[in-house]
Design a protein around this ligand. Structure first.
Ligand code: UD1
Length: 458
């Protein structure tokens, strides 16, 4: 089959040209019980950073298991703007970074996808210069990038911020970063990835201490190693990178999405349904599985990379505190809050990673949940049932939480703000329908809802 260019905004998965302006809503008829099997897509956060990592190589790379998502499309647009060639065939991307012509990422593209800031590391290492606009905050927090900047400076880059853009260049005629010993004040996923990518082409050895240990960091390291990089310790808190002169072409498949898998496990728990999932890597979900078991469900391995969720008699209350991997993922906090809203008792959920990631509380309460906020803690008093209501998705994982609540609620839930959902879940509605859920995407007019204009600019 002929590969299709990724350039057209509508080229992927029926994404509207301007997703924020799309006024469609998701109508969920609740209380359906689910059954069957669901296939888990490739990991969004791996896909985004591995695409950026392809910048390091001056030959073509093939990346498999790339989900069709708005965020992936946006990363593709940033890479195209730098002069790279990208073609897509199903879930396989061919990326050719031999043709980079520009070292400045356009603001209008970076501002739409925060993760595209991560091109700064590979772009700088490969070209000796990179200009990337500051991505700014987002719905869940301010999200500064000083750890990325300080690490690049430690590797010898000259970095300054001017007119909202980070300008980085490598002084000297050889235009090579220098290996450095870097301690991260916080195990930031993005900073670890930026610095690990940059270090692959540096002169000498780089050690990143207090590095993030997330599976996506390991996936990126494995991708870089497949291109010839010399990286040890990814998945631990100390990563050592011995720089090499150049990297070569590779063919690499990314890991399954642990957050999508976790979201489906919670779908099983909240609807009290038995469902099976594959492919998943259970070790990527240790904290999520432990908490689902504590809540009364069980997860059994059915075969290699395949698990079955078995619901318990009740949903028991649990306490959760988010944290860097292997801690409980912040990207699963909202979904667990939806589940705990139906628990048999009181549950305490504490968000420690992002400062503003509890906006779904108000929306869940509109559906009959009883949740009080105290700073970054949510005290969830379980109720006997939720009721369908019109609600507004405020960020990606908050949207997933509302879908889960809608599946369990009595009556109809209408979710607005679907551009958040489309950023990170491939074919969510079709997958849920395949499990027996009753939901459909309709226009706001068809659902009798007035679009909330204030939200489209998020
Ligand atoms: C990545 C994930 C995101 C996930 C998050 C935490 C991608 C594309 N996104 O985001 O889904 O929720 O990890 O698991 O992979 N921080 C600073 N200074 C910095 C960098 C980060 O203060 O220079 C702070 C952030 O504001 C945040 C915390 O560190 O409060 C964690 O951020 P980080 O781990 O960097 O998350 P991302 O890489 O942005």
């Amino acid at each position: 089959m002929e590969a299709k260019p990724i350039a057209t905004p509508t080229g992927l998965h029926n994404v509207p040209a301007s997703p924020e302006a799309d006024d469609s809503v998701l109508k969920i008829y609740g209380r359906a019980s689910l059954s069957g099997h669901v296939s888990i897509s490739g990991a969004k956060n791996s896909a985004l950073v591995v695409m950026a990592g392809a910048l390091l190589c001056s030959q073509q790379c093939r990346i498999r298991n790339i989900p069709s998502l708005v965020d992936v499309e946006r990363m593709g647009e940033v890479l195209l703007a730098l002069g790279m060639k990208i073609s897509r065939d199903g879930n396989t991307l061919d990326i050719d970074a031999s043709t980079i012509r520009h070292t400045k990422a356009p603001y209008e593209l970076v501002s739409r996808l925060r993760a595209s800031f991560f091109v700064i590391g590979p772009l700088l290492a490969r070209m000796g210069v990179a200009r990337v606009p500051l991505p700014g905050g987002c719905a869940i927090g301010a999200r500064p990038v000083e750890l990325h900047v300080r690490g690049l400076q430690a590797m010898g880059a000259d970095v300054h911020i001017d007119h909202g853009t980070v300008h980085a260049y490598i002084p000297g005629s050889r235009r090579r970063l220098q290996g450095a010993h870097i301690y991260l004040d916080y195990p930031s996923v993005g900073a670890t990835e930026t610095l690990m990518m940059a270090a692959t082409l540096a002169d000498g050895e780089t050690i990143i201490e207090n590095a993030a240990q997330e599976p996506e960091v390991v996936d990126l390291a494995n991708f870089c190693r497949a291109m010839g990089a010399r990286i040890r310790g990814a998945g631990t808190n100390t990563i050592t990178i011995a720089g090499v002169p150049s990297l070569h072409s590779t063919d690499y498949g990314i890991i399954p999405d642990r957050i999508e898998a976790g979201t489906f496990l919670v779908a099983g728990a909240i609807t009290r349904s038995e469902i099976s999932l594959s492919p998943i890597i259970p070790e990527h979900l240790t904290a999520v599985i432990a908490k689902l078991r504590e809540a009364g469900g069980d997860i059994v391995e059915e075969g290699p990379n395949r698990v079955r969720f078995i619901p318990g008699d009740t949903i028991r209350p649990i306490n959760i505190q988010t944290g860097p991997f292997p801690g409980f993922p912040t990207d699963m906090q909202a979904q667990f809050m939806a589940l705990m809203s139906l628990c048999d008792g009181n549950s305490l959920i504490t968000e420690t990673v992002f400062e503003n990631r509890l906006r779904h509380v108000a929306e869940l309460n509109r559906m009959g949940a009883d949740i009080r906020m105290n700073g970054t803690c949510a005290i969830v008093k379980g109720v006997s049932g939720l009721s369908g209501a019109p609600v507004l998705a405020t960020d990606l994982r908050a949207s997933a939480a509302l879908v889960l609540a809608g599946l369990a609620a009595q009556g109809t839930t209408v979710i607005q703000g679907l551009h958040h959902l489309d950023r990170g879940y491939e074919n969510l509605e079709a997958k849920l329908r395949g499990l027996g859920a009753n939901l459909s995407r309709v226009t706001a007019a068809e659902a009798g809802t007035t679009p909330l204009a204030a939200e489209v600019s998020l």
